[in-house]
Design a protein around this ligand. Sequence first.
Ligand code: ATP
Ligand code: MG
Length: 449
Amino acid sequence: MIQTLQAVRGMSDILPDEAEIWENFEDIVRDWLKGYGYRPIRMPIVEPEALFHRAIGEVTDIVEKEMYAFEDALNGERLALRPEGTAGCVRAAIQHSLVASGGPQRLYYQGPMFRHERPQKGRYRQFHQIGVEALGFAGPDIDAELIIMCARLWGQLGLTDLSLELNSLGSVEERADHRTALIAYLESRRDKLDEDAQRRLHSNPLRILDTKNPAMQEIVEAAPKLFDHLGEESRAHFETVQALLTDAGIAFRINHRLVRGLDYYNRTVFEWVSDQLGAQGTVCAGGRYDALVGQLGGKPMPAAGFAMGLERLIALWRESGEAEYAVERPIPDAYMVHQGEGAQRLAFRAAEALRDVGFDVLLHCGGGSFKSQMKKADASGALLALVVGEDEVAADEIGIKPLRDGGEQHRVSFQALPEAVAGAIYGIEAQQDDEPQGGNGQGAENGGV
Ligand code: ATP
Ligand code: MG
């Protein structure tokens, strides 16, 4: 016996019922991004490993233990599957001088990301993000716009329970100032720090504040706050962001421990969190990253952005019931049944002629009796069955059988087919519109998602 192969652990297949919901979600997202002037960019999934070391930072969860990095067996290059999109997006913008030649850029991308984490609900090794990056914008206006646009998307998706957490990480100098105070504080409690914190004490103490270890909570709660080290400009920037959010009617909570997992953030950082997803509650996270472009070798330029986790967002969307409501199952206008070699050829011609004028036609493939083909036609949800047998071939005609209103089967010439199909569908739909709810509506057999 040949053993069947399974997908890699933590990497999921998205099957048709689910994938249709994803496509619907992506359609909504694309429209929403257009409304804010964002343009698509597509980067490779594989990048030089060094890109992520430089962008994300050496002492981060991603670089230390989550990255799929490997050597290209053919030429020895060190490569990595992208664990996130910002680094690649900024690399591409620098490489192609996007901002230098085109001014500030509003960009978005979507696609799979890879992190070698312990798989669990809402946490996978291949997951999907939609990322939004605004390059070349310095002011608090763009920070606020990024957050406000998220709120609009939640509204469009019908998600009502997402809450916003906000913080400011200040400037590089202000962080350095706070860092000194933080290290001194943590050193005085060294014996109470867990292994991770001990290791990060001097390399990345800010990340210790992000710890999920319950035993560490008391210590980090009482730690020196970055906020108290912010200078005039950083405070003013943060205040404007807050004022713009308040104007937009968006509620937020300032969370002094929100430091984000990646090194590159400064000033505004934010997360949108749901309490419906258990421990994996963050569905969208982002902030400002003014140093990154320079860090990757570009002419220094301010920037801000965010990334949404699609698995978590779509799970939430499904739980809310709104996804089912929005999803459109593809239902053909007509299902073509046929029997005999001549009939098959006429059926192919007829189906193509109908598609020429925009109808969706499911052509029966695989043979079988008329009876079994009609069963398939019925199950497809199509309004019409189109029937081609020997008699039809002899007359160069096609049979039209309404499937949903008990109407009579009749025959029309090949030439008259498109118009006759349009008329039959129009007639059925008009009748359905007149019926009270619960009529034999299109796709009733398909049931819910
Ligand atoms: P977490 O603290 O949950 O590990 P993170 O800070 O590592 O999140 P980001 O790098 O900010 O996450 O990624 C942005 C979003 O992408 C997250 O808020 C989440 O929705 C999603 N995400 C991140 N890692 C995963 C994963 N392994 N599986 C599914 N979604 C993920
Ligand atoms: Mg993570």
